[in-house]
Design a binder for this molecule. Sequence first.
Ligand code: FAD
Ligand code: DLZ
Ligand code: SF4
Length: 514
Amino acid sequence: MSGGTLRLVLGDQLSDRLAALDGLDPARDVVLMAEVRDECTYVRHHQKKIVLVLSGMRHFAARLRQRGVRVAYTALDDPLNTHSLRGEMLRAVATHRPDRVVVTAPGEWRLMDEMSGWQERAGIPVEILDDDRFLCGLRQFRHWAQGRSEPRMEFFYRAMRRRHRLLMEDDAPVGGRWNYDKENRKRMPPGIAPPRAPRFPPDAVTEAVMALVSDRFADHFGDVEDFSFPVTAEQAALALDHFLAERLEAFGDWQDFMRAGDPVLFHALVSTSLNLGLLDPLAVCRAAERAWREGLAPLNAAEGFIRQVLGWREYVRGMYWLHMPGYRHRNALAATRPLPPLYWSGETRMNCLAHAVGDTRRNAYAHHIQRLMITGNFALLAGLDPAEVDAWYLVVYADAYEWVEMPNVRGMALFADGGIMGSKPYAASGAYINRMSDYCRGCAYDPRSTVGEGACPFNALYWDFMARNASRLGGNARMAMPLRTLDRMEPAKRASIRAQASWFLDALDRGELV
Ligand code: FAD
Ligand code: DLZ
Ligand code: SF4
């Protein structure tokens, strides 16, 4: 090529409308895409996640080539592969001799940090462009958060609704309320059969990647069997259309419910596509609003869904970049217990955890409440080390990238950030899980008892968590009620609950089947 621009596209940047592709000159420029071991192993990602990213990359490269773009593509099994993004960038600079390198800002801090040294290594300008696929730029987010003592999601979400004119009538929210969350916490009656989400069986490209991944990464969590995530923008659009037509209607009502053997229920299954860049978040929100306006879904469903994509997804990304790199060291509740093996094996008598881990291992997916109120809640109550919990979540989900995983785990689930993300810990006992799932029916433990042989471990752990953290949480008005209840407890009852929790935690630490 000699001259022109080398445009690097990362594995989660598979969008036609990508900053690094803006102004591409097919006659002079080369697009670089590289499958590298470093990105496949910086944590031992679930095998299905690696298949998703590499197959998505191969399909995206083919799409670019069809449009006449020159793509320098390094496959994982290329003998010349240096297996690092920097190595592949330097190799492509030496081969194609461009005037400059352009890349869209990566989603993870570790890679941004690494890229800041690239220009010096390459000896030509390396431009890192803002990732404008998000609806709130990082400067804009910083500006919004500055000066607020409590930059809560709800206020950010309202500002985003106004800015993007979503579900608005003049300056007011449609229906007169911003948030219909209270209507989105219903218990699902038995016998409801959610329409099955479409599956996208592997084509030849995906099959080749599956063989490669099961050969190279056999020791990673999960397997490649039954891979069916969308790997192209067309498939992602079909999956979204199906959700809007068939499942959005009931998404709101039963959004928080969990059912054994069915992790999807009425959820959208769009996070992998959004995070890879196969779907555009604004188009997704507009389509959900359209579904409501056309009478396909009630307002509580459309609003609930739009809040997740326009509100939570943008908010956690803003918070990540606002607080990194310090955020990854936060451990406000001084939790230090090692992650127990059951998070990998799923071997436990606690039916809720066995299902949440089993679904995760099989599908590289679990829905939000499984992540928050089962695996997250248990980690919070048992005082698991946030670094180990973070690493687990980054490994196990196909949609996991640190910008979205870490604020959800350290902030929302573990309260390890001391209240930056949420105003109180999401601590819950067995009663919550019993109300919001059918797990307890098939469990060896009884959600109604707190002490004794068959008592649900979440119950004693809940009170033990309150007692252990009473001084840390004492100033939090939203924790006043449980702390007061704990205070008023008969000393003998409190002692027996704490003994039960300690017996359980000791057994957990010894690796016994709990
Ligand atoms: P739906 O429930 O149908 O929601 C629709 C969309 O809203 C999702 O696809 C997602 O893009 C967005 N969304 C919803 N909640 C959140 C949220 N809290 N943060 C960001 N986006 C949100 N999501 C990830 O994409 N990657 C992660 O690594 C991840 N880790 C999580 C860890 C924990 C502890 C928790 C509590 C949540 C995590 N989430 C993560 C958020 C959420 O659980 C997933 O986005 C969701 O389960 C994906 O499935 P879905 O597409 O069917 O989502
Ligand atoms: C997740 C991932 C994987 C498994 N493999 C690659 C790869 O081989 N090449 C690549 O460019 N990107 C990959 N990715 C996505 C990156 O890890 C992602 O871009 C960063 O984590 C920033 O979000
Ligand atoms: Fe989980 Fe307790 Fe219910 Fe068993 S009884 S499923 S451990 S909440």
